[in-house]
Design a protein around this ligand. Structure first.
Ligand code: ZN
Length: 250
């Protein structure tokens, strides 16, 4: 059960730096340097730029060092630019230091709906099935978990608080995370495309463990989710019944 580190990702929770632009304000043609004190609180006002004839979003972004480039400039000013980034009208005002909407709040981030019991579904919005199905696909002769039909890149969260005991490549399970919970049960999340926790880490209910994927022995992307009464393969119980018993409507 040794965890290999190469699939760990530490950066997923980092917030992107705000794109901040400091405009150098020159006083008339003389270009007098303003006293530092005068530049203080005034910087709270958003930096803006008035489009001139011949400007392009690309050039404005480069000249003003806009983090995220022209796409960010376009996204932040859609209401004044319209739908065509190649046509910007002279005279319109562009906000230069707006936050990049995509980087701040991914649209697919689930609102983890943690129950009073302290439990939540491993992925938002879909149910899983197939537990106990017989088949030669599985080494035990039956399906030891439930499969949630989600595409690659869907956030996968801890169903309840616990400690990460496995985080890495698990053979036919692909990239997997196993969490040990206070009631002695283990939850397993398999075929992940990326892992954002490390062995020994404490996680809370609804805390993101990684992203769903299609690693390991799969025919397509999905989350394979198991609940076990002990650390070993074969000690599985019906994971959907376990979630329902803890108040999760699924
Ligand atoms: Zn499965």
């Amino acid at each position: 059960m040794s965890a290999r580190g190469r699939h760990r990702r530490q950066g997923s929770r980092q917030l992107s730096r705000r794109a901040r632009i400091s405009l150098l304000i020159t006083a008339g043609a003389a270009g007098l340097a303003l006293p530092l004190a005068a530049a203080g609180p005034a910087s709270a006002a958003p930096a803006s730029y008035t489009v001139e004839s011949g400007d392009t979003l690309y050039r404005i972004a480069v000249e003003h060092d806009v983090e995220g480039g022209w796409q960010q400039l376009f996204d932040a000013n859609r209401d004044v630019i319209g739908d065509d980034p190649s046509r910007i009208t002279p005279g319109i005002q562009l906000v230069l230091d707006a936050e990049a909407p995509a980087a701040e709040a991914p649209a697919d981030a689930p609102a983890a709906d943690v129950q009073e019991s302290g439990y939540v579904a491993p992925v938002a919005g879909v149910s899983g099935g197939g537990y106990g199905n017989a088949g030669a696909l599985w080494s035990s002769g039956y399906h030891t978990g439930a499969d949630f039909p989600v595409g690659t890149g869907t956030p996968v969260v801890a169903i309840t608080a616990g400690e990460v005991v496995t985080a890495g490549s698990g053979g036919s399970y692909g990239n997997e995370v196993v969490v040990r919970h206070a009631d002695g049960h283990y939850s397993q999340y398999a075929h992940l495309s990326s892992i954002s926790v490390a062995v020994g880490q404490s996680v809370g209910a609804g805390e993101q463990l990684g992203l769903s994927g299609a690693t390991g022995n799969v025919t397509g992307p999905h989350l394979h989710f198991e609940v076990r009464t002990g650390p070993s393969y074969g000690s599985d119980i019906d994971p959907m019944a376990y979630l329902r018993a803890h108040g999760v409507s699924i």
